[in-house]
Design a protein around this ligand. Structure first.
Ligand SMILES: [Zn+2]
Length: 66
């Protein structure tokens, strides 16, 4: 019998858990009391994290440092 049907395979191996940071943390910026998510590996909240632009099509589009 000629088998022509494509069949899927079950994923092998263990599923990776997202990296988390234990404990309660707050933003490192002064006077900011924003609690950081366990999934936030930076020390600052979204508001106090400097904006980073990823490289786009080979061009470095970082903003000029003040
Ligand atoms: Zn903050």
């Amino acid at each position: 019998m000629n088998e022509t049907t494509l069949t899927g395979h079950k994923l092998q191996g263990k599923r990776r858990r997202p990296k988390t940071v234990e404990g309660l943390r707050v933003c490192a910026a002064k006077e900011c009391t924003t609690r950081l998510s366990r999934y936030n590996r930076k020390g600052t909240c979204h508001l106090h994290t400097p904006v980073k632009f990823p490289r786009v099509r080979g061009h470095d589009v970082r903003t000029a440092e003040a």
